[in-house]
Design a protein around this ligand. Sequence first.
Ligand SMILES: NC(=O)c1ccc[n+]([C@@H]2O[C@H](COP(=O)([O-])OP(=O)(O)OC[C@H]3O[C@@H](n4cnc5c(N)ncnc54)[C@H](O)[C@@H]3O)[C@@H](O)[C@H]2O)c1
Ligand SMILES: [Zn+2]
Ligand SMILES: [Zn+2]
Length: 363
Amino acid sequence: MKKPAHDINASVTMQALVFHGVNTLVLEERPKPVIKEATDAIVRITTTTICGTDLHILKGDVPTISDGRILGHEGVGIIEEAGKGVLNYHRGDKVLISLITSCGRCGFCKKAMYSHCSHGGWLLGNSIDGTQAEYVRIPYADTGLYRLSPEVDEEAAVMLSCILPTGLECGTLNGQVKPGDIVAIIGAGPVGLAAMLTAQLYSPAEIIMIDLDDNRLEVARTFGATQVVNSADGKAAQRVMALTQDAGVDVAIEAVGTAVTFDICQAIIAPGGRIANVGVHGKPVELHLEKLWSSNITLTTRLVDAGTTTMLLNMVESGRLDAKKLVSHRFKLSEILKAYDTFANAAQQHAVKVVVTIGDDAK
Ligand SMILES: NC(=O)c1ccc[n+]([C@@H]2O[C@H](COP(=O)([O-])OP(=O)(O)OC[C@H]3O[C@@H](n4cnc5c(N)ncnc54)[C@H](O)[C@@H]3O)[C@@H](O)[C@H]2O)c1
Ligand SMILES: [Zn+2]
Ligand SMILES: [Zn+2]
């Protein structure tokens, strides 16, 4: 039965994708969220998507997620209700949801480290209910939301909730990609590809993409990768060294989150190089300081702050950044388990980013 989604009091429950422990997801009926603080807004989700981090959650790599949590930290929607303290948004406004909640006032926010906000950080689909649902409660709505024009392409916009700021901030900016650099990106998933699209803004000489998935490597090639390496035979590092005449790479961006891929970064980094870790790690890695101590290496880690969202949104709106090309598959909320299956089996399904639309007016 179709719900009268525009009548705020019409329904007290909603459909939501709920985590019930390792490898257990259920699409179930849950209470519709309500305003708890004056600075909250309730957003009716029209487009959401699945992140590699959600796959890590499913595997049990992110211990902060409890049984019963609604997943998802990416989304576009319409303001259903704004708390009395929300100044920038009103009912009916179209908004992009950032994965990072920030109060805008604490010490970390004042240092632009929004991901470490004393009252926020990565909360959505982590320590509070997330966006893979018909409605979501957004704390500090004024800082966590971005206004979208009614004409904006929602599929392009939703790429800015997480993966593009992540690729840019944790990969390209932390890796200090410069004109003429040789950049290797390990992992050609949506985040690795987002790192690649943003690295291209800085004119590197070479971008070498490494993955196990030939389809994603082919996608990377069409996006402008100068070399692609399939690492299934365990010889990616040797191949990259051969491609660089044994010099190694200036920047190695780790966009997977495993010990094996972190090792590849350590094996291929040139003296003076930067290893930018992006991947979420569930297990320890071995740090080879016995080899790297004398190589003037910079190693960075980061939880995305999403401070670049406005800049990225400007680039999407002007057509300078084609974010929509990351989308390979589209599903309805009723098919979200299939969407997870498709994304988790990306190589067989030829998937990059899968988008889930919710409600009749999603576009
Ligand atoms: N630091 C942050 O703030 C932040 C934010 C968002 C996502 N992430 C993390 O970024 C990572 C990538 O996210 P995604 O959405 O692209 O995930 P994804 O799972 O879609 O992509 C990971 C890719 O890594 C490839 N891969 C796996 N093992 C490999 C190996 N041994 N060699 C080469 N490639 C291999 C897979 O084939 C896949 O294409 C995840 O770990 C995610 O949790 C971090
Ligand atoms: Zn994410
Ligand atoms: Zn703060």
